[in-house]
Design a protein around this ligand. Structure first.
Ligand SMILES: Cc1cc2nc3c(=O)[nH]c(=O)nc-3n(C[C@H](O)[C@H](O)[C@H](O)COP(=O)(O)OP(=O)(O)OC[C@H]3O[C@@H](n4cnc5c(N)ncnc54)[C@H](O)[C@@H]3O)c2cc1C
Length: 375
């Protein structure tokens, strides 16, 4: 049986950022990922936005780690040559009724420590985004976009260079705690010729994304249930992609489900419309009953009247690991906690947006929890 100081379950952006942070301080760090490659689940099926932290309730983990993570992500991208564009974004009020909400969003952002927020008028919107129709906007200069895929791989590369072992095609199937360690059961390889092995770990980190509730249940902890909420995208390519210069958002949905269908100019020059938000059955249900393109065109026309259905192509989709059940309201915070019965296990549950941004801040926090476990 192999021995590990730290075993991380899940090779998404959260697991890889944690691997980078903990391998800087400890040896014998393992990260296991069920898929053949890292970041194949939620971490590369998103908008790739380095969020500012304006949306989340004051003192929430989302606010704290988003603001911190925004800065750390830019620093990391510069140092490790991960493609990014620090372009800022506009949150646009479509009519006079929404202007008050815009001011409330500015105040919330300032309370969270987001710098440089500014309300701008229709003239300035036109200068920045000539095709966008709005009466006022919140200018959010710290927002930008990153290559999510390259970010995940860069975190993993640094972790590997620091001595961490990253093992793809390795699915955790059981967790058996004993007095000092956790015996982690692994199914390694493709289903036809898979082999079962175990690793004894002093500290286990559950960064299993959509499956974090099921991993916690392996210890008998049924505190959480994850509801997949699908976000779908359309893409505008070719000359019509010049309708958008940077990032343009409507005001967020009052139900807390999403930030609203927004426009994201990609690093490859197209722009994305989305993501939508629909509760679905199944944690790998990316394609069943996709929304028609006409729905995207319809909702986009409020801010971008020139857009036509024929400009759009169906894009990818991703699944949010929501803790709020269908019909529920409000924003659930990230859950980052040591297991109540097995404190050598650290769970990260409900790591939805802004998880891509927050990852380096979350990872530093988890490293402090690991220090408590290994003390
Ligand atoms: C539509 C959409 C748009 C978004 N846009 C943004 C954005 O613009 N900016 C932003 O900051 N955030 C955004 N997010 C959120 C962000 O993508 C997530 O918060 C982040 O990717 C979560 O990373 P993760 O590592 O927790 O999860 P994942 O990427 O899902 O990684 C978890 C990994 O664990 C593995 N795993 C699960 N169970 C096991 C097991 N038993 N054994 C081994 N491995 C296992 C999975 O295969 C998976 O690879 C968006 C999310 C969605 C869905």
């Amino acid at each position: 049986m192999d021995q590990a100081n730290i075993l991380i379950i899940g090779g998404g952006v959260i697991g890889c950022a944690i691997a980078r942070a903990v391998s800087e301080r400890w040896q014998d760090v393992f990260l296991v990922e069920q898929f053949p490659k890292l970041g194949m689940a939620t971490s590369t099926r998103n908008s790739g936005v380095n969020h500012s932290g304006i949306y989340y309730p004051k003192n929430s983990l989302k606010a704290r780690f988003c603001v911190e993570g925004n800065r750390l992500t830019y620093e990391f991208c510069k140092k490790r040559n991960v493609p990014f564009r620090h372009c800022g974004k506009l949150v646009v009020a479509a009519d006079a009724h929404e202007v008050e909400e815009l001011a409330a969003l500015k105040k919330r952002g300032e309370d969270n420590g987001v710098e440089g927020l500014r309300l701008i008028d229709a003239d300035e919107i036109r200068k920045r985004e000539p095709h966008i129709k709005g009466v006022a906007a919140l200018d959010v200069p710290s927002t930008g976009i990153v290559s999510a895929e390259e970010l995940v791989h860069a975190y993993a590369r640094v972790a590997t260079n620091q001595g961490a072992s990253i093992v793809p095609r390795a699915r955790v199937i059981s967790l058996e705690p004993s007095a000092q360690t956790i015996c982690v059961g692994l199914r390694i390889g493709d289903e036809e010729d898979a082999q079962d092995e175990t690793i004894d770990a002093r500290c286990v980190i559950n960064a299993a994304g959509l499956y974090a509730d099921e991993v916690a249940a392996m210890l008998g902890n049924r505190s959480w249930k994850i509801y997949p909420v699908r976000g779908e995208y359309c893409e505008v390519r070719g000359p019509r992609s010049s309708l958008i210069n940077n990032l343009v958002y409507p005001l967020p949905h009052s139900d807390g489900l999403s930030l609203g269908v927004h426009f994201t100019k990609t690093l490859w020059g197209t722009f994305l419309l989305g993501p939508t938000a629909t509760y679905v059955e199944g944690k790998d249900n990316y394609e069943k009953n996709r929304l028609p393109i006409a729905d995207f065109a319809h909702s986009a026309k409020t801010l971008l009247p020139e857009i036509e259905e024929k400009d759009l192509q169906l894009g990818y989709s991703g699944l949010r690991p929501k803790l709020v059940p269908p019909g529920g309201k409000g924003i659930a915070d990230f859950v980052i906690t040591r297991d109540s019965n097995v404190p050598q296990v650290i769970h990260l549950v409900g790591m939805e947006s802004p998880g891509l941004t927050a990852a380096p801040g979350v990872a530093e926090h988890v490293a402090q929890l690991v220090a408590e476990v290994l003390a």
